[in-house]
Design a protein around this ligand. Structure first.
Ligand code: GLN
Length: 321
């Protein structure tokens, strides 16, 4: 069975979500990375990109904020392109840890395995896997280029954020060396940590993230730049990872109530995707205890529930432009 949903309907509900939550006061900017603490807390935007490249948006959708953990999804795509899904499973994993994104305990509990490329341990491990091994400059070029192709336009490193994060990433350094000790870092450890920190410090706008999400939802086809960025089989793996742990230790509850596979970042961004329907992103700096943007999650939840768009629904959604 299929059900028709129009772009106008989606736009109305998106605007409604924006109005409902624009003055919501829950959450706090991330403070463990000093740069993030001083970003204006009232920024708020929502963007949606459809399979034909049409974009609808509201609010602060052209403000470049720190992509942070959302970058983990983009670099996982590169790992899957350079290797294959079996290698990713073997070297990093595809499981939920049930613990916070920066947990050291999770590595120990999971039999010395990073579990998933969507937590810090797995993402640092993924950066170490990027080829060419041993060449940080070319590795960075590949990571950055891949992200730009997914987003369909140039990205800029937020130098101040990179510096702020590099000066305070002691926990991530511990994770890196623990992983090295158990054979889960596949290149020079400090290089892997630096690449990870750098990718998290890239500035991205809500519009760019929605385009990136829709590229994944379209099985690798970026409909804004009209380019095929990756093989369609990769999208199903990415969606599985996102649905399993994209919302950290609250992912089960999130998928249960919204049906939207997402990836969040402590910079306040959330990127979500529904194959064949849209790529969506929302941004607002204040986050909850798990590290997920409060306003962005409320807005996305409202849109998904009001339009009955749950990914596991029996009915196929037919978009009307
Ligand atoms: N760079 C951040 C960190 O390593 C990313 C965390 C996040 O967005 N969840 O802590």
């Amino acid at each position: 069975m299929s059900r028709i949903v129009s772009v106008n309907q989606i736009e109305d509900v998106m605007n409604e979500a924006y109005e409902l939550y624009r003055d919501h006061e829950g959450g706090k900017n991330a403070s463990y990375i000093p740069y993030l603490e001083q970003i204006p807390s009232n920024l708020f935007g929502i963007s949606i990109c459809f399979p034909n490249g049409k974009i609808i948006e509201v609010g602060d959708t052209d403000y470049a904020f720190g992509i942070e953990s959302i970058s983990k999804v983009l670099t996982t795509i590169l790992v899957l392109q350079q290797y294959n899904d079996e290698t990713l499973l073997d070297k990093i994993g595809a499981d939920a840890t049930g613990l916070p994104f920066n947990s050291i305990m999770a590595i120990l509990l999971e039999n010395n395995h990073p579990s998933t490329p969507l937590v810090n341990a797995g993402a640092i491990s993924a950066c170490s896997l990027i080829q060419p091994i041993g060449n940080s400059e070319v590795k960075w070029e590949k990571i950055m280029r891949n992200m730009e192709q997914l987003c369909g336009s140039p990205l800029t490193l937020i130098e101040e954020l990179y510096e702020s994060e590099s000066k305070t990433n002691f926990n991530n350094r511990s994770i890196t060396w623990l992983l090295k000790n158990i054979g889960r870092i596949y290149d020079e450890p400090e290089m892997a940590l630096d690449l990870y920190t750098k990718q998290c410090s890239l500035g991205v706008t809500c519009s760019q993230l929605a385009i990136c999400a829709s590229t994944i939802a379209n099985g690798g086809w970026n409909s804004v730049s009209s380019k095929l960025i990756f093989d369609s089989g990769i999208a199903t793996k990415i969606l599985s990872l996102m649905a399993t742990f994209g919302f950290y230790e609250k992912t089960g509850e999130w998928i249960y109530s919204t049906g939207l596979p997402v990836k969040t970042g402590v910079g306040g961004g959330i990127m979500g995707l529904l194959p064949g329907v849209f790529g969506i992103s929302a941004f607002a700096p204040p986050i909850d205890e798990a590290g997920n943007s409060v306003k962005a999650q409320l807005a996305l939840k409202h849109i998904m529930q009001k339009l009955h768009l749950h990914i596991y629904d029996r009915d196929k959604i037919e978009l009307r432009y």
